[in-house]
Design a protein around this ligand. Structure first.
Ligand code: SF4
Length: 327
């Protein structure tokens, strides 16, 4: 199974290219006898009825980048003239959620020091807007930025994550859906016994392609010459890829080698390390406490669920079997 994800910038800036790419990839996948799956992330500002129709008809998975209720969304997600985007995107998102029912639509929230009201954001996006699930990620930026999340911010984040994770546990114990995707994703990794040599798939099974055809580590590095791993014309530069993987193995990250959270963290995001420390190979030591706290919470929830409702966890095996069946 191949996955093609469109990520920006803004993915809907050039809708004809999106349409052509999906048609081309479908044709090539059929020629190769492969299944292919599409998804995109958009800020929803350019959603139109014909685009929504296309996404629904082609079963394109959609994630909306949105930061919460009007006041929080309008803090950072603004147009060039400074106007907030909430009133523009909210009706478009509601229309998308009404029409596109073939796949669950999720929201992705970027957390900053100014927008850490996680519970409120979660309630708004699920209960008031109707998203199926919501995932939160701290902003990637230099520590000098006023909106960067500092130590206290991570503590506050962890408290609220724990509260939502507790709700998730109570729902999962009685087979009810809860949309806090951060906990679901970590439970799945724990269930599958994930032990990472690398923090994510960047440079392994995941690559980012920029508009000029350069292939880089992941979408965040697309367009960066220093992180280029080939082009769509000449293929992957295996030498550069292996060199990267050799330099970034968790066993070579001194601080991580003895850390108990290493199997799930493996040093954290390369892009964050690049922005913070100027090197992709550095572990993200500024958020270790947060990562360990969160991993501990998820391990406890996993343990409790395995007693209260093990069938909830078994669904991760079924999902895997389904994925294997289409390979
Ligand atoms: S929590 Fe810190 S020390 Fe542990 S694996 Fe992650 S970055 Fe490395």
């Amino acid at each position: 199974m191949a996955h093609l994800t469109f990520f920006g910038g803004e993915t809907l800036l050039n809708f004809p290219v999106l349409q052509d790419t999906i048609a081309y990839a479908r044709r090539r996948a059929a020629e190769e006898g492969k299944e292919i799956d599409f998804s995109l992330t958009t800020n929803a500002t350019l959603l139109r009825p014909d685009i929504i129709e296309f996404l629904a008809e082609n079963q394109v998975g959609v994630t909306i980048s949105i930061d919460g209720p009007r006041e929080l969304q309008n803090r950072f997600r603004v147009f060039h003239n400074g106007a907030g985007s909430y009133d523009v995107v909210a009706p478009k998102i509601k229309e998308l959620l009404r029409r596109h029912r073939s796949r669950p639509i999720g929201a992705r929230v970027t957390l900053t020091s100014d927008t850490l009201d996680i519970t409120r954001i979660y309630r708004h996006l699920t209960e008031e807007m109707g998203f199926w699930e919501v995932g939160f990620a701290p902003v990637t930026t230099s520590p000098q930025q006023q909106y960067a999340i500092g130590e206290h911010g991570f503590d506050r984040m962890l408290d609220q994550f724990r509260r939502l994770a507790g709700e998730f546990l109570d729902h999962a114990a009685v087979n009810k859906h809860h949309g806090f995707s951060n906990v679901k994703d970590t439970l799945e990794e724990i269930h599958k016994g994930v032990s990472k040599a690398y923090p994510c798939g960047a440079g392994l099974g995941l690559l980012g392609v920029s508009t000029d055809g350069d292939v880089a580590l992941c979408h965040r590095f697309a367009g960066s010459d220093a992180h280029k791993l080939g082009t769509v014309y000449d293929g992957l530069d295996r030498h550069a890829q292996y060199g990267f993987l050799e330099q970034h193995h968790v066993a070579d990250k001194t601080d991580c080698r003895t850390c108990w959270a290493r199997p799930l963290c493996a040093g954290g995001c390369y892009h964050e390390a690049h922005v913070r420390y100027g090197e992709t190979s550095r572990p993200n030591l500024h958020y270790c406490e947060w990562i360990r706290g969160w991993t501990d919470t998820c391990l406890r929830i996993y343990g409790e669920l395995s007693e209260r409702n093990p069938s909830f966890l078994e669904r991760f095996d079924r999902d895997e079997a389904k994925a294997d069946a289409v390979l």
